[in-house]
Design a protein around this ligand. Structure first.
Ligand code: ZN
Length: 347
């Protein structure tokens, strides 16, 4: 089969080609629960750029050459002997993690914390290819309204945004305020999820006028330009007290301090973007009773719920399509900030 293969790291992201489009052996069924998926679309993620930079090589065991791509959807091609719920041709989106389901974490639905999980595209071959090996337990069947290439990025980007917004929506009452920091690939989904799940007033903070425009289209009630005075702007929109929930899709470059300052007493600050540091005096925590909540991808049921919202047309994803053989262009465009929404590779 054809695949876009990563052969070497490039810490400065300067090479003109990061991956090589070439012929490699097809994945084979190894376990009775394995499923081979014919890839219909693979989302291109900033994490892929971080993999190319070599940021992940210390965190996970992966040997080059290998195939990236952790946001995958397509059609079932072949199933192991024990697979009962899907057959050849079933359209599916792949939960990004493969778990056996026997660990306590997996039984409680915390798929991301399963100690024996495999993450195709991160620590195993992923979806920048014609075929992908995953497992039955990872598959969510797609309704006929949703084509694999249009939904692939939901498998990670959408799922992560959904999980944080869903957690926040549990605590947001009508009349409450939710702040979304960063209306990019994840943030624009988070805004739509918040509007679908709760009646809070949504305030979006971003540096880019284009992103704020997109945020309004996605259902934001107030757009605040991040020009240095964003904390005051949010305070004045919220009666001086801040928002009950702040979801930070940036997580670096001053957004942590500002996000925390925008959070109302007894409210919660949700961290999704990463790179910065949370440094808060313990006395502030006790006096304000604010919580800090971390968010990592999402579990299987989160993905099922997100697909229901997509099926209903309540969440929409902006995508830009590239051929798999053009993977280098997609990666360079993402690196240069030229992709509106999410880039998707089509084999
Ligand atoms: Zn991703």
């Amino acid at each position: 089969m054809k695949a876009a293969v990563l052969h070497s790291y490039d810490p400065s992201l300067k090479q003109s080609s990061f991956v090589t489009y070439e012929e490699i052996p097809e994945p084979k069924i190894e376990k009775p629960t394995d499923v081979i998926v014919r890839v219909g679309g693979a989302g291109v993620c900033r994490t892929d750029l971080h993999i190319i930079e070599g940021l992940w090589k210390e965190r996970v065991e992966v040997k080059l050459p290998y195939v990236m791509g952790h946001e995958n959807a397509g059609w079932v091609e072949e199933v192991g002997k024990g697979v009962e719920s899907v057959k050849k041709g079933t359209p599916v989106i792949c939960h990004p993690l493969i778990t056996a389901g026997h660990s306590l974490e997996a039984r409680r639905g915390n798929d991301m914390h399963d100690p024996d999980s495999v993450f195709p595209g991160i620590n195993a071959n992923g979806g920048y290819a014609q075929l992908l090996r995953t497992s039955e337990r990872a598959l969510v069947k797609l309704p006929t309204t949703l084509a694999p290439k249009d939904v692939a990025p939901y498998a990670d980007a959408g799922l992560t945004a959904y999980r944080a917004a869903r957690k926040a929506s549990r605590h947001l009452m009508p009349g409450d305020y939710a702040v979304v920091i960063g209306a990019g690939g994840l943030g624009h989904i988070g805004i739509q999820v918040l509007s679908a799940l709760c009646a809070a007033e949504i305030i979006v903070v971003d540096r880019s006028p284009m992103a704020l425009e997109l945020a309004k289209e996605c259902g934001a009630h107030h757009a605040v330009k991040a020009d240095g005075n964003e904390v005051d702007a949010v305070k004045s929109l919220t009666g001086g007290l801040g928002a009950q929930a702040v979801i930070d899709f940036v997580g670096e470059g001053g957004s942590v301090e500002k996000g925390w300052a925008m959070t109302r007493n007894a409210g919660a600050y949700y961290v999704v973007g990463y790179g910065g540091k949370v440094e808060i005096p313990t006395m502030d925590l006790i006096v304000t009773e604010k919580s800090i909540v971390g968010n990592l991808v999402g579990n299987y049921s989160d993905l099922v719920e997100l697909m229901a919202l997509a099926d209903q047309g309540r969440v929409k994803l902006a995508t830009k399509e590239y051929k798999l053989s053009d993977a280098n262009n997609a990666l360079h465009d993402l690196h240069a900030g030229k992709v509106r929404g999410r880039a998707v590779l089509i084999p």
